[in-house]
Design a protein. Structure first.
Length: 295
């Protein structure tokens, strides 16, 4: 919603201010200038990025527009799953627990939280380090270093659309100048026409400069920054998992371990400790009932 509101304010103020100064809005309707700028930007974008990144840019754009950031409910789901898994690790043997990590799609714990289960990267992250905890030979500082490395790799991949959009934003002003120069060249070929016609051609050429700068600083660059903000918040879930599991490996009880994870949640979205305790307790009771029924 804020994306649409912000864009409406930007476009409205620019066009409204121009009209208030006495400018004619129809002069800005120069489709071929926009074809030159948008087409060349798209072509360069395709040249500069792999097909995987191009597809991810579309996904990232939708996430930014729809503000697909973790909500308090998402954090509570992750904490509840971690609490349930850590209780299983403490109370049961390796053979009884490893099924949750080897086949999470069939795990009663993960089935209880379908939205979390849909986040394949996060589920894989949880299960990979759950297996390492079961093995029991890895040292905590080694696991922490490995987690940091994986989160850094995830961040590198998740930020590729940010760099792609920023590269386009950086190039758009220059492409606007290219469109303007081509327009001026066209105008120079019409020097024998009336001053009104020549002025119209020069005005049309300058629209290219305006369009390049406007698209860069008012559209593409803000989209890149919004994508970065959204994906930074998405990566917070991995940090939450990391801190909770490390605390558990260092001997903390499950309820204490999830508190380490809770502290990594941004303050405005962070649930209270009482809320987390209530959620994990109720989830644990429900999970025990489901597991007993399945048995």
């Amino acid at each position: 919603m804020n994306f649409a509101i912000g864009l409406l304010i930007a476009v409205g103020c620019i066009l409204g201010g121009y009209a208030a100064l006495g400018g004619h809005l129809e002069v800005l309707m120069q489709p071929y200038e926009f074809v030159i700028i948008a087409g060349s930007s798209l072509g360069i974008f395709i040249v500069a990025n792999t097909m995987t990144t191009i597809k991810d840019c579309g996904k990232a754009f939708l996430e930014a527009v729809l503000d697909k950031v973790p909500k308090p409910r998402d954090y509570l789901d992750v904490l509840s799953v971690l609490h349930a898994l850590m209780r299983e690790l403490r109370a049961k043997s390796r053979s009884e627990v490893e099924g949750h990590f080897d086949n999470p799609s069939e795990s009663e714990i993960f089935k209880t939280f379908p939205k979390l289960s849909a986040n394949k990267d996060l589920v894989t992250f949880i299960c990979d380090y759950g297996r390492l905890i079961i093995i029991g030979n890895a040292r905590t500082h080694e696991i922490e270093a490995l987690m940091d490395e994986e989160i850094e790799t995830l961040a590198h991949d998740r930020y590729k659309p940010v760099h792609a959009f920023q590269a386009v934003a950086d190039g758009l002003p220059a492409l606007g100048i290219v469109a303007a120069v081509l327009g001026i060249i066209h105008a120079m070929g019409a020097l024998d026409q009336s001053p009104e016609a020549l002025g119209g051609l020069i005005g049309a050429a300058l629209v290219g400069t305006f369009a390049g700068i406007f698209l860069s600083y008012a559209i593409v660059a803000p989209i890149g920054q919004k994508i970065k903000a959204v994906r930074q918040k998405q990566l917070r879930l991995f940090t939450l998992v990391k801190q909770s599991l490390l605390a558990f490996m260092n001997g903390a009880m499950p309820q204490v371990a999830v508190e380490f994870g809770r502290k990594t949640i941004p303050s405005k979205e962070r649930p209270t400790i009482d809320t987390v305790e209530s959620e994990t307790t109720s989830s644990a009771a429900g999970g025990d009932a489901v597991i007993k029924e399945a048995a």
